[in-house]
Design a binder for this molecule. Structure first.
Ligand SMILES: C[S@@+](CC[C@H](N)C(=O)[O-])C[C@H]1O[C@@H](n2cnc3c(N)ncnc32)[C@H](O)[C@@H]1O
Length: 347
């Protein structure tokens, strides 16, 4: 979705301007609006686009279109019935648009304002501070699906694959894998209470709760791996871990810094803290020749490659790196060597 494209461009573009208070927000727009009772959706979109632009809100038009469409019961402005573009809005609709737009003026991400967002065709509930799934993560999911399709005899010998997701957030990765792989089962873990609740809620909304175990767990705690083997070793470990370098955290866009859980983003000095824990645990969690799929920062393929070389005891090999839709190396496929048995990893 275009909205996140721009948001991500703003990701490292330095601190933006903060939105103002309710009072400031409305005093700046009310004089320009036509009289209530004759206001149309198209006018509201133009109006709020202008207000957002004036206040330095990124993706001004997309934001106002999403808000107006949401209040009129559609996902996108383009998908609204054309008759609704020009039909006068009710006072209640106007008030809703005004209220939701005021949140945008305070730099709240549209995904939180709307309370839901699509990922891989699934409509997921969103709520701060749980991490909002990014469009590039859909590419990670697609890569995992390709791998399962290419190696059906290796992955999921007893029916479908058993997949472990570390850091499930809203459940986006786990639930989209479950929905694409009808025989699969997923263990989804996260250390955040809000993330665990949201994954439960999304699993129930999508009626996928019978094939997922959602476990509140901090994978950096000693012995945590034992809790992850309730269904036996996994075919695949998938994770979009916190991987932002600590020194880059200050440069994140205000939308991210003010609303998303820093624990979902900050990966430590070199963004490797959780990645290293996942890799150190992987030999205990994976079946022979099982795989780890990770989303990472473009600096990580090299760092992870060197880290794995320094840990031959793990018997893990970086077998492929993939670029995202912007051409940056962002996804890693790491495979456990088939020949190794009983590998003991220190976490
Ligand atoms: C970048 S978010 C990814 C969320 C989701 N998988 C997605 O792609 O939208 C990382 C997630 O890892 C979780 N997390 C961070 N540290 C963790 C830890 N030590 N153990 C388990 N989960 C952790 C965070 O709470 C957050 O939900």
């Amino acid at each position: 979705m275009k909205l996140w494209g721009g948001m991500l461009r703003a990701f490292l573009s330095g601190p933006g301007r903060r939105g103002g208070t309710w009072g400031q927000a409305f005093s700046s727009w009310q004089p320009h609006l036509p009289p209530a009772g004759s206001l149309k959706a198209t006018e509201l979109v133009s109006h709020w686009t202008a207000v957002f632009e004036k206040r330095g809100i990124p993706e001004a038009r997309e934001s106002s279109e999403y808000i107006v469409a949401h209040v009129l019961g559609a996902k996108t402005f383009q998908s609204l019935k054309p008759v609704l573009w020009t039909q006068p809005l009710t006072p209640w609709q106007l008030q809703c648009i005004q209220e939701l737009s005021s949140h945008r003026l305070q730099r709240m991400p549209v995904q939180y304002i709307l309370g839901e967002w699509d990922f891989q065709g699934l409509s997921l509930k969103m709520a701060p501070p749980v991490f909002i799934p990014r469009p590039e993560t859909e590419e990670l999911v697609e890569w995992v699906l390709e791998e399962v399709a290419q190696r059906p005899r290796v992955i999921g010998t007893q029916g479908g694959p058993l997949i472990l997701e570390v850091g499930c957030g809203s459940g986006a990765i786990s639930l989209s894998l479950l929905s694409h792989l009808p025989q699969s089962q997923v263990i989804a873990v996260d250390k955040g209470e809000a993330a665990i609740c949201l994954t439960h809620e999304n699993a129930q909304r999508l009626r996928l709760q019978d094939r997922i175990r959602i476990i509140p767990l901090d994978v950096t705690l000693e012995g945590s791996w034992a809790h992850l083997l309730s269904w036996g070793p996994a075919d695949l470990v998938v994770s979009n871990p916190p991987y932002v370098f600590s020194r880059d955290m200050e440069q994140l866009a205000p939308e991210i810094r003010s609303y998303e859980d820093p624990a979902a983003l900050d990966g430590g000095e070199e963004g490797m803290d959780i990645i290293a824990h996942i890799l150190a645990l992987a030999p205990r969690l994976l079946k022979d020749s099982g795989s780890v799929f990770l989303e990472v920062d473009p600096r990580h393929p090299e760092l992870v490659g060197s880290w794995l070389q320094s840990r031959p005891d793990l018997s893990l090999n970086l077998v492929a790196v993939r670029k995202d839709f912007c051409g940056r190396p962002r996804f890693l496929h790491i495979r456990r060597s088939e020949a190794q048995h009983g590998c003991h990893a220190d976490t």
